[in-house]
Design a protein around this ligand. Structure first.
Ligand code: ZN
Length: 343
């Protein structure tokens, strides 16, 4: 199979992931499980200080907008026609911490209900922070919310594991999803730490969707200046033997800057964050694409009550833009119907 230019960039074939050595050291010492947020936030703040000096480093992606894969792809026009409105929006939440699980999640649910919206909650099935309550999962599903698997553990180790261990974790995450009777099995890589084999294992584990590739990412440690350069869902490639194949796992790119990126890397005020989100959403609307958000219900991020007012404002901004609002599972189901996976 000849790989097109758009597939080349969408699948990040030009990029080697470099999860940082310091993180690996922390993982080796067993530190990361206990201090991931302190590491993350201080690293990210440090990166933002170094930013002006590192501007001579080659920029592989532009931020906050990079949709080169779409511009290279002759089928983009057809994808724009997918929506019943001008564009799509998916709100997702990665639940990383105990506080996020116990407090932030229900408050997000309440604020979304008030706006008559549903979202996708990505939960860690085997977390050192919280124990998944099957009743909570069932009641969220009953109310139309969507559940994805946020890895198996959230310990920062995935990208450093052997291929067999990576595979075992993904297979186990899928098993957890099926035990919880989640109708559509989806995945979000912890910390968006992708590896070159990840799609193959998600395919083997029969996930319906994945949402681990940003369109353009300026700041994730070890993954800065990466991204799939698309604001449309796509079928990612994986290697079987010597040949590349399209996976039936639909990839839903994270096309909106994350809350923590804007809070810790860019150190923006809430007002500026809302402006950035609005502007990018308007761009995606003009292109007929999909705006996929990640906001964390954790206390370090938008789950903190001090940010709730801004979150309510964001929900209002989204509704005013009049998109087709969906969850990851709805999107996966409908996209596969309209654009069946290729062999
Ligand atoms: Zn996470």
């Amino acid at each position: 199979m000849k790989i097109s230019k758009s597939d080349y960039y969408r699948n990040e074939f030009d990029i080697e992931y470099r999860p940082p050595a310091a993180l690996q050291l922390g993982v080796g010492l067993g530190l990361v499980e206990y201090i991931p947020y302190q590491i993350r936030d201080s690293f990210v703040s440090l990166l933002s200080l170094l930013r002006p000096k590192s501007s001579s480093a080659p920029k592989r992606r532009t931020f906050p907008i990079d949709d080169l894969s779409d511009r290279l792809d002759p089928s983009t026009e057809e994808k724009r026609e997918f929506w019943q409105k001008d564009f799509g929006v998916i709100m997702t939440h990665d639940v990383d911490t105990q506080e996020g699980y116990e407090f932030g999640l229900s408050q997000f649910v309440e604020m979304e209900r008030a706006e008559d919206m549903v979202s996708t909650y990505n939960l860690v099935p085997s977390s050192s922070e919280y124990k998944l309550d099957t009743d909570l999962v069932a009641s969220l599903l009953k109310d139309g919310f969507d559940i994805g698997m946020h890895g198996l553990h959230h310990d920062g180790r995935f990208a450093f594991l052997s291929e067999e261990e990576q595979r075992a974790r993904i297979i186990s995450a899928a098993r957890h999803a099926r035990e919880l009777s989640i109708p559509s099995v989806g995945y979000r890589a912890p910390w968006l730490h992708r590896t070159k084999q990840m799609i193959r294992y998600l395919t083997e584990a029969s996930f319906d969707w994945d949402s681990s590739f940003p369109d353009t990412d300026d700041s994730t440690i070890g993954y800065a200046s990466t991204g799939s350069r698309t604001i449309f869902p796509f079928y990612p490639l994986y290697k079987e033997g010597d040949s590349w194949k399209y996976s039936p796992v639909i990839e839903i790119p994270v096309s909106m800057p994350q809350d923590w990126t804007l809070l810790y890397y860019y150190k923006l005020s809430e007002e500026s964050m809302l402006r950035v989100w609005k502007k990018k959403m308007e761009y995606i609307k003009s292109q007929g694409g999909l705006a996929t958000f990640i906001l964390h219900p954790d206390q370090e991020d938008f789950g903190h009550p001090k940010h709730h007012k801004a979150y309510r404002t964001l929900l209002k901004i989204i509704k005013e833009a009049d998109p087709e609002l969906m969850t990851c599972s709805d999107l996966a189901r409908r996209w596969k119907k309209k654009f069946p996976p290729r062999d």
